[in-house]
Design a protein around this ligand. Structure first.
Ligand SMILES: *Cc1c(COP(=O)(O)O)cnc(C)c1O
Length: 425
């Protein structure tokens, strides 16, 4: 392994000297099996290459941003063309208005759009606007749901003080009684309710939104005047060509977008309904790079592909092919293999695998066969994948299940993860 991983190993050693912990955030050292590469060289279509030249079919899609393929020719041409004209300028270009028009036209609840860089910018801005709109403080959100890495929402509370987290009440996703209890606690101070489009927490099975829960969230917001915020940063455009809850007929007041809206180029967005327009105009929202024109050019091209192609139908069919094929192979190998969430954003967990040793072994064996999967985070399909790619992944899975079956009780525990998974379970 050392031989084939040699450039990656060398970079990790150098990183340890100059990057705290060698790496941080969702790529922090120890969160993935040791044989996973930390550094990559390039991406093209549905594939990534690590720094040791190994190619993988990539089911992480950069944790979401890759929707139409890495280095997509049309999107990147639009990006490069705009770079040549100007990117970060003293003010925005006309593309900002065009991008706002395109998003408002696409998302049925939206009457306006604001642009920022990261998903965290958009969710934080949503919170501020809800508080400005209601002149109230309390936010209700679901336990374990990710909304970004700012002080108010980071999943790791190290360095965070109580007042950063003040005025937040947690409920259980899809549990109406716990939602109503949170609303009771909020009293007359409820500013907003955050909802993920579906439950996509790490380490546990994903869950579709329960219709009764979604409708109750909407009703409560209507009754109290609080704003309903859908955090579509991760799921946006992989479930619908609209806000993800449009699929179940529930419209939010605000929705946050990011990750794939410019196919990997840095831009995120907050969309809102008329009700919230005045409050949105009243807050101070900005950043040095928020008017960047080239990501907007890429975003416009991405949204054109969203409108004009059958990408959603294709990734849905590919996701179903993957799910059915994996279910069949897992059953044949004798594994209880749980595949949850929408087929375009699958998560795999093994039954009876509390410290994820089976998941780590399976993932490593997939990696060795040229398929990059994740042992505890949801994955993503992209429109550059083909049926042949999926069939190749299924063949890899057959081999991986085989190895797992032979190794069985001899698998080593995954110690480094215990602290994280324990918190999430
Ligand atoms: C990734 C993510 C965010 C944060 O987006 P960043 O661009 O990483 O700041 C917020 N909400 C959800 C649901 C996400 O998946």
């Amino acid at each position: 392994m050392d031989r084939i991983n040699s450039r990656d190993r060398a970079l990790r050693e150098r990183a340890e000297a100059v990057i705290p912990g060698g790496m941080y955030g969702h790529q922090a050292v120890g969160l993935l099996p040791d044989d996973y590469p930390q550094f990559f060289e390039k991406g093209e279509g549905a594939h990534i290459w690590d720094v040791d030249g190994r190619r993988y079919l990539d089911f992480m899609c950069a944790y979401g941003p890759n929707l139409f393929g890495y280095a997509n020719p049309q999107i990147d041409a639009a990006y490069v063309r705009q770079l040549g004209l100007g990117d970060t300028l003293t003010g925005p270009t006309a593309l900002m208005v065009e991008m706002a028009e395109a998003m408002v036209a696409m998302v049925s609840h939206a009457g306006w759009a604001m642009f920022c860089k990261n998903g965290t910018d958009a969710t934080s801005m949503a919170l501020t606007i809800a508080r400005a709109h209601t002149r109230r403080k309390t936010v209700i959100r679901a336990k374990g749901a990710y909304h970004g890495a700012a002080a108010w929402c980071t999943p790791r509370p190290t360095g965070i003080i109580d007042t950063d987290r003040a005025h937040q009440i947690f409920c259980d996703y899809n549990d109406v009684a716990s939602l109503e209890e949170a609303v009771r606690q909020a009293g007359d101070d409820l500013a907003c309710i955050f909802a993920a489009p579906f439950k996509h927490d790490a380490f546990i099975d994903q869950a579709e939104p329960d219709l009764a829960y979604a409708r109750r969230v909407r009703e409560i917001c209507d009754e109290t005047g609080a704003l309903l915020i859908i955090d579509d940063v991760r799921a946006g455009l992989r479930l619908a060509r609209d806000c993800s809850w449009a699929n179940i007929g529930v419209q939010p007041d605000l929705s946050s977008w990011g990750k794939c809206i410019a196919n990997g180029h840095p831009i995120s967005a907050l969309l809102g309904s008329e009700k919230a327009r005045k409050a949105a105009a009243s807050i101070f929202a900005t950043g040095s790079f928020w008017y960047q024109a080239a990501p907007m050019a890429a975003g416009l091209e991405t949204l054109r592909l969203v409108r004009d192609t059958d990408y959603l139908e294709r990734i849905t069919a590919l996701g179903q092919r993957l799910r059915d094929g994996l279910a069949e192979r897992a059953t044949t190998a004798g594994f209880s293999f749980r595949q949850t969430g929408p087929v375009t954003m699958p998560l795999f967990l093994f039954e009876d695998d509390p410290d994820l040793r089976k998941g780590f072994c399976f993932s490593s064996e997939m990696l060795a066969r040229g398929v990059y999967v994740h042992p505890w985070h949801n994955m993503f399909l992209c429109a550059a994948m083909t049926e042949a790619d999926i069939d190749g992944a299924l063949e890899a899975a057959e081999g991986a299940f085989g190895v797992l079956k032979r190794q069985g009780p001899g698998l080593a525990p995954v110690a480094k993860l215990a602290f994280l998974s324990a918190g999430a379970r």
